[in-house]
Every structure is written in structure tokens, then in C-alpha cells.
Ligand binder design. Structure first.
Ligand code: NAP
Length: 275
């Protein structure tokens, strides 16, 4: 709607997309103020509702896979990637980005999500509802990178699926950061988090694999690259359900039930003619 005087890359009335960082609260609002480097031009091929489903998971997956995992469009060809819990928001985006970059993608999900993830490009699917996934995953060739969207006990066995002493990385998005800061306050919580992370990273480094925590990070430049992939038809939004503003409580009830298949969108106003 408006641009600051120093903003050169955008002009008023440009159609933009962005994820609103948690430290700039403002989702479910009609207007938000963001920095120029947090926004990007919206893909022309998407409606606003479709576009709204992507930036948060795109910025999260980008931060985990590119910034933390070291992957990019030029080094992914033939890399073997495992995504644990791939049928939700982050996973459905990550599959498509990694396939666009030429990686071989194995995923875990429930049986009723297999069609969805295969349709997004997953090469190999392991159904966690059929029994423990560790044995079938162990039977496969080892991986160059694992993206863990599940957390919990997974890290006790999943690092053994990586190629040792090859630079292989395990990146988990499920970290104790928020729990620690809630319990101990920001300063002590951050110290505790840093200490835990360092201990785990060193322990696994001695076994020849890299252990990392991934965090959502807002980035307009990353969304610029995603916009190109979307407009080139390499990435599509996976919108499971759209709620109007008056249905926001229902939207949260749906999310609390889990079992996401892609993203839930709240439509604040109605600028689109349909999806
Ligand atoms: N660190 C950060 O900054 C950051 C940022 C964003 C997200 N996250 C975290 O990253 C994780 C993924 O986020 P998301 O947005 O993709 O979550 P989501 O949309 O809720 O998706 C989770 C998916 O996992 C599936 N699932 C549940 N249990 C599973 C299992 N045992 N094996 C395989 N799949 C399973 C669920 O479907 P079914 O239950 O039907 O199988 C669902 O499709 C969440 O834990 C989230 O809190 C962290």
C-alpha cells in the first residue's frame, strides 16, 4: 500500500508476498508493516489465497535446507534427501523445491498422504502407519541430508541413515528453543539452547555427521527465487482448506487436530475471484 522513502525495489500498489516474522506480530490483520528485505513480488500465476499459503513454509524450508543444510540449485543433482513427515506445510514445499533442483527425495508420511507426496515429486515413500520406519529406511542407500519435521525420539536413530564422513547433515526443525525461553526467560533460555545444540553437534561430529537445528527466517530474496520457481511451474501451492475471517476459530480448531495436508489459509478480504 505504501513504501518507505528508502525502498527502491518496490512501488506502491505492487502485489507482494511475505511471511510476517513472529517478532513483528501481525498475521490475521489487513495491514502489516514489513522491511523491504522481508517481502518479494508475488508470483503472477497465483491468486492471493494460493500465494498466502507459501511464504512461511518457503522461508522455513529455505532457511533449513539452504542456509543450514548448504543445499542450492547447483549442488542438489543426485543428492539423496530424506524428509521425515513430509505431508504437512514444510514437507510439501520442500519436496517440490528439492525435486526442482534435481535431488532424489525419499519421504515418510501416512498411507493416505502417499498420493499427494508422489504427485509433488517424491521418489520413494515410506508409510509410517504400516509400522516402524527405521527398518525400511535402513534398507535404503544412505542419505546426504535429512530434514526432520517430526522431532522427539527420531534423532536417536535417524542420524545412522546418513553417509558418514561425507559432509552429510541432519537438520531438525523441532528444537527446544521456544520451550527453553518460555521456561527460563530469553537470556537463560538462549544460553541453555546454545549449550544443548553445541553438545549434540559435537557428539554427532565425532561420528562423522553434522547435526543442526533449522529455524524459520524471513527473507525477501529467498522468496524472489521461490517466485521464479512458482511462475515456472516447478512449485505449486498445496492449499488444504480456506477459512473466512469470521471462521478463524474453526481454522485454529482444524490445525490443532493435526494431520495437515499442505496449508490452511485464512482469507481476510476477498480480492480474488475464487481460488
Ligand atoms: N524451527 C522453526 O523455526 C520451525 C518453523 C516451522 C515449523 N517448525 C516445526 O516443523 C514441523 C513441521 O512443520 P509443518 O508446518 O510442516 O507441520 P504440519 O503442517 O503440521 O505437518 C506435519 C505433518 O506430519 C505428519 N505426521 C505426523 N506424524 C508423523 C509421523 N510419525 N511420521 C510421518 N509423518 C507424520 C502429519 O500428518 P499425519 O498426522 O496425518 O500423518 C502432517 O502432515 C513442526 O513440528 C513445526 O512445529 C519449526
Amino acid at each position: 500500500m505504501e513504501c518507505g522513502l528508502d525502498v527502491k525495489y518496490f512501488k506502491e500498489r505492487d502485489e507482494v508476498w511475505a511471511s510476517v516474522p513472529p517478532w513483528k506480530q501481525g498475521s490475521l490483520a489487513e495491514f502489516v508493516v514489513l522491511s523491504g528485505n522481508e517481502i518479494s513480488h508475488k508470483p503472477k500465476s497465483l491468486s492471493h489465497v494460493e500465494a498466502a499459503s507459501l511464504p512461511y513454509v518457503a522461508n522455513t524450508a529455505w532457511s533449513a535446507l539452504v542456509n543450514t543444510g548448504g543445499l542450492n540449485k547447483d549442488n542438489c543433482a543426485k543428492k539423496r534427501i530424506l524428509i521425515l513427515a513430509a505431508s504437512g506445510g514444510v514437507g510439501t514445499f520442500a519436496i517440490q523445491m528439492l525435486k526442482a533442483w534435481g535431488a532424489h527425495v525419499t519421504v515418510t508420511c501416512s498411507q493416505n498422504a502417499e498420493r499427494l507426496v508422489r504427485g509433488l515429486g517424491a521418489d520413494h515413500v515410506v508409510d509410517y502407519t504400516a509400522g516402524p520406519v527405521e527398518p525400511p529406511l535402513r534398507a535404503l542407500e544412505k542419505f546426504d541430508l535429512i530434514l526432520d519435521n517430526l522431532g522427539g525420539a527420531t534423532e536417536h536413530w535417524a542420524l545412522g541413515l546418513l553417509k558418514p564422513w561425507s559432509g552429510a547433515k541432519y537438520v531438525t526443525l523441532v528444537t527446544p528453543f521456544l520451550q527453553n525461553t518460555d521456561l527460563l526467560g530469553i537470556a537463560d533460555g538462549m544460553m541453555q539452547t546454545a549449550a544443548t545444540m553445541t553438545t549434540k553437534a559435537v557428539k554427532h561430529l565425532m561420528k562423522g555427521v553434522h547435526y543442526r537445528w533449522g529455524f524459520y527466517a524471513p527473507s525477501g530474496p529467498a522468496l524472489d527465487e521461490v517466485q521464479e520457481m512458482v511462475d515456472a511451474g516447478q512449485i505449486r501451492p498445496v492449499v488444504e482448506q480456506v477459512f473466512s475471517f469470521s471462521q478463524v476459530p474453526k481454522a485454529f480448531e482444524k490445525m490443532e487436530k493435526g494431520h495437515a495436508r499442505g496449508k490452511t489459509v485464512v482469507q481476510i478480504s476477498n480480492p480474488d475471484h475464487g481460488l
